[in-house]
Design a protein around this ligand. Structure first.
Ligand code: GRF
Length: 208
């Protein structure tokens, strides 16, 4: 059984997608051991509670340094014997020691086709605003392993989503979530849990 730690900051629809797939039995041999929220007002906390998943608020602002924050997060994940960390709309920055501790075992979902519309500052609605401003016809979502630089780690899965002529950032965000994010993130977890992801430099090989 793969023990997952999900880190959230907001609405938690990606967390919900994982919870649903586990409940429906289409994501097997996985359990969410802990949810960590960076924000005490995140709606994701309610979702975790409703699913009877232990949820803890750990905020960067309560720590003097990035090292202390990382240490607390590592201790927390160890306490819950977490084997895979999933960033599902997590907005705090993770430090080097956390990333080293869980090397190739932290995955993030980003709402664009990396390397477009990503990096520092591209979170929430912003990737969708920028995609519309640029005039792209296709956007999407990416699941990748996490490295220190924002949105820079090896790509696991991507899915394209059409941009429609009358899209607003909000309608585009909704379509990207429904068609790509909620599908890709559980799928990447499934591949990880089956031991099918092999990282080779920048590339992720999906084994049969
Ligand atoms: C998602 O668009 C995710 O890709 C991004 O933040 C949003 C979080 O949504 N990183 P939710 O909290 O899962 O509803």
């Amino acid at each position: 059984m793969l023990r997952i730690g999900v880190m959230v900051s907001g609405g938690g629809t990606n967390l919900q997608a994982i919870m649903d797939r586990i409940e429906y039995g289409t994501l097997k041999n996985c359990c969410i051991a802990t949810v960590v929220s960076s924000n005490s007002r995140a709606y994701a906390i309610e979702r975790a509670k409703r699913g009877n998943i232990p949820v803890t608020v750990i905020s960067r602002k309560n720590f003097d340094s990035e090292e202390d924050y990382d240490r607390a997060l590592i201790e927390h994940m160890k306490k819950y014997r977490v084997q895979l960390v999933v960033l599902a709309g997590f907005l705090s920055r993770l430090g080097d020691s956390f990333i080293q501790e869980y090397r190739n075992a932290i995955i993030n979902i980003h709402p664009s086709l990396i390397p477009s519309f990503c990096g520092k500052g591209f979170y929430g609605i912003i990737p969708h605003q920028k995609a519309l401003e640029y005039g792209v016809k296709i956007t999407g979502a990416t699941v990748h392993f996490v490295e220190l630089e924002y949105d820079s780690g090896p790509i696991i899965l991507q899915k394209a989503v059409e941009v429609l002529p009358d899209d607003t950032p909000e309608t585009l965000q909704k379509r990207v979530m429904e068609q790509a994010e909620w599908v890709l993130l559980p799928e990447a977890i499934r591949l990880f849990s089956e031991g099918r992801l092999e990282v080779n430099g920048r590339k992720v090989i999906i084994k049969n």
